[in-house]
Design a protein around this ligand. Structure first.
Ligand code: LLP
Length: 466
């Protein structure tokens, strides 16, 4: 399961561990062995399994394409991340935009987690899944009045306000309904996260947060308003970060701000550092959550702040795959195309960010390797899951697994080309559970209506065609 270097580093960590109690030693071994590059998708006799279930068995039952998640991986990743901060007062708020399936939210909430939300819809899902309102933080540059009111009435922990106008709007809503909103200002610290430009959020040029130089002024406004209680400082600088240093640069700026606020008599209880820790899709080598947590702790020192973390990808990214079936193989003079039944509407990341997802056969055939594009049935050349990839030659009917698809996979999917949303399955041990049914054609037209004037040929009559 674990490779040798990982095992060795686990043993080393135990030997040099400062903490001597049995539980911390066990955790240390476990978190080293269950490194984030580790997951429960593995081959037994050339056949891909998720935990103890052959992927083919799931495909036969639910059809293709589908998302497949490993319960053990989800749990280990959550525990390893949350456990890395066990020496600090903290709350892990899973960033549910990365995966908002209720079964997954319930799992993390049963492990003590909260969520980071960005819409009323996410709040609704979280509450339905059983997440405690006092463990919910709400970010987003465009929170509407109805959503602000819904979150206030639900009693969430904190609003991360992203503009001067939002601060005033939140106060207005809170006063109108007789509540007090706990608020943090989401600060834009102007730090380069060194990631894809679409997912950088902490640079001055980005739409997010309030410029750190204007934050003091906005804090004094917020502190003077009766509907608000200033509770924290927050930031989120970007996603898929593979180095610790940008996080630390942002943290230092935030700590200076907190110091200034204290001098002004504004005391801060929560420090929300957002999410953003990256994962290995291909050859990236992001820091392990323990390294990330250690770096943050050494920067914070003995602070009495409660840390809020909003990890998404690092928890779910490698805990899920997209399983698809090859429909056709299409050799052209230029290249080989494998046309599969999943498409950009099911997994948008390759088309949108040109992102890499490893492609693995569900049954290793031993056929020769070919260079190929893996493409879907959608009518756009941008519809691909992988380009110029060396893979074992697939035949029509073969199953293929698109790896590391647990984060921003299903949650970003759409019904473009009128393709119903696909189903999601969770494996636990030797059993599997459908955690979201495949949509049917009827679902595609739910809510649509043809106005009377278009019915029964009226249009033709009124339009004077005859
Ligand atoms: N907190 C806030 C306020 C965020 O905006 C995000 C992600 C997170 C936390 C979680 O970040 P994570 O730990 O997952 O990196 N669709 C893109 C990623 C967009 C991320 C948006 N914000 C992708 O597929 O790569």
């Amino acid at each position: 399961m674990a490779d040798v270097p990982v095992l060795l580093s686990g043993i080393r960590r135990v030997l040099f561990s400062q903490k001597k109690d049995r539980e911390s030693i066990l955790f240390s071994i476990q978190s080293s062995i269950f490194n984030f590059r580790m997951h429960h998708f593995h081959y037994i006799k050339d056949e891909l399994y998720c935990e103890d279930v052959p992927v083919t068995t799931v495909a036969e039952k639910v059809g293709t394409p589908f998302y497949l998640y490993s319960h053990a991986t989800l749990m280990q990743h959550f525990k390893a991340f949350d456990g890395a901060f066990s020496g600090m007062k903290h709350l892990t708020c899973f960033s549910m935009k990365s995966n908002s399936n209720m079964a997954i939210l319930r799992l993390f909430s049963s492990l003590g987690g909260g969520v980071d939300i960005v819409s009323g819809g996410e709040l609704y899902r979280a509450l339905k899944a059983g997440v405690e309102p006092v463990k919910i933080v709400y970010s987003g540059v465009g929170k509407g009045v109805a959503d602000l009111e819904y979150a206030l009435r639900s009693g969430i922990l904190m609003f991360n306000a992203e503009s001067a106008q939002e601060i005033l709007k939140l106060n207005e809503v809170a006063e109108r309904i007789g509540k007090r909103a706990r608020v943090a200002i989401r600060v834009n610290p102007d730090v380069d996260p060194k990631t894809h430009p679409y997912i950088s959020t902490g640079l001055k040029e980005n739409k997010f947060g309030i410029d750190i130089d204007e934050a003091l002024e906005q804090y004094s406004v917020a502190a003077s308003l009766n509907g608000l209680h200033v509770a924290g400082v927050s930031c989120h600088i970007g996603s898929q970060l593979t180095e610790v240093s940008p996080f630390l640069d942002a943290l230092r700026k935030l700590m200076r701000l907190i110091g200034r606020l204290r001098e002004m008599g504004i005391s801060i209880g929560y420090l929300d550092l957002g999410g953003g820790l990256g994962i290995t899709y291909d050859r990236e080598d992001p820091p392990h959550p323990e390294e990330y947590a250690r770096a943050i702790q050494s920067e914070l020192g003995t602070s009495d702040l409660t840390l809020i973390l909003e990890p998404g990808r690092v928890i779910v990214g490698n805990a899920g795959v997209l399983v698809t079936r090859v429909l056709y193989t299409k050799p052209t003079k230029e290249k080989m195309f494998f046309v599969v039944d999943a498409a950009m509407n099911d997994l948008m990341r390759p088309s949108l960010y040109n992102s890499y997802h490893a492609i693995q056969p569900v049954k290793v055939s031993g056929r020769e390797k070919v260079m190929a594009d893996i493409v879907g049935p959608i009518c756009e050349s941008g519809d691909f899951l992988a380009k110029g990839r060396e893979v074992e030659r697939f035949d029509p009917g073969d199953l293929m697994s698109v790896m590391s698809a647990g984060a921003y996979g299903f949650s970003m999917s759409s019904t473009y080309n009128s393709r119903p949303k696909i189903c999601e399955v969770m494996v636990k041990g030797d059993r599997f559970y459908i955690i979201r049914e495949r949509e049917r054609f009827e679902d595609l037209i739910r809510g649509e209506a043809i106005p009377d004037f278009l019915k029964e040929g009226q249009e033709a009559r009124q339009g004077g065609l005859g």
